[in-house]
Design a protein around this ligand. Structure first.
Ligand code: MN
Length: 201
């Protein structure tokens, strides 16, 4: 059994408030699809074939570059799509409490998370994770690495992730990563983040 490109939970034009339809279409149907295709090719006829995606990426340190990069790419993008919505949402319940107790308030959290995305040099991701001590923590990773990976500098369970590769924003924002991140907050699916947080408790 091989990996397949998941359908988006909304249309390509649903997130226009932050991300234009053409970017969404290319990002999903070309970039993400290529990670899936290359991952399948890289694991074909090996002992890795048949492993679930999370099990696979957790062993990144012992994987080939092709499996690490494309497996990470597939996991990260599958996660990313679910974390956006055209609906207006806000942090709620236990998640809201944890954000306030960890960072002070939501605005401070957003500022620090934005900073993690802005200071990630080149291509990569910013993350909100539940770290190995059970605390919320902001981190970032290069390329298509993620905090599930055994080689991650800061390890944990992601509950929010932001793609800061130029392919995620270049058509509308060109080099202006700060503008992309600022707009992205408008389409974050806080209900999904709250659910991921609760599931991990
Ligand atoms: Mn991407």
């Amino acid at each position: 059994m091989s990996f397949t490109l998941p359908e988006l939970p909304y249309g390509y034009n649903a997130l226009e408030a932050a991300i234009d339809a053409k970017t969404m279409e290319i990002h999903h149907s070309k970039h993400h699809n290529t990670y899936v295709t290359n991952l399948n090719n890289a694991i074909a006829d090996s002992e890795l074939e048949g492993q679930d995606l999370e099990t696979l990426v957790k062993q990144a340190g012992s994987l080939s570059a092709a499996v690490r990069n494309n497996g990470g790419g597939h996991w990260n993008h599958t996660f990313f799509w679910e974390l956006m919505t055209p609906n207006s949402t806000t942090p709620s319940g236990a998640l809201a409490t944890a954000i306030n107790s960890t960072f002070g308030d939501l605005e401070t959290f957003k500022t620090q998370f934005t900073q993690a995305g802005l200071t990630r040099f080149g291509s990569g991701w910013a993350w909100l994770i539940i770290n190995t001590s059970g605390q919320l923590q902001i981190t970032s990773t290069p390329n298509q690495d993620n905090p599930l990976m055994d080689i991650a500098e800061v390890k944990g369970t992601p509950i929010l992730g932001l793609d800061v590769w130029e392919h995620a924003y270049y058509l509308r924002y060109q080099n202006r990563r700060p503008d992309y991140i600022k707009a992205w907050w408008e389409v974050v699916n806080w209900d999904k983040v709250a659910q991921l947080y609760s599931d991990s408790q």
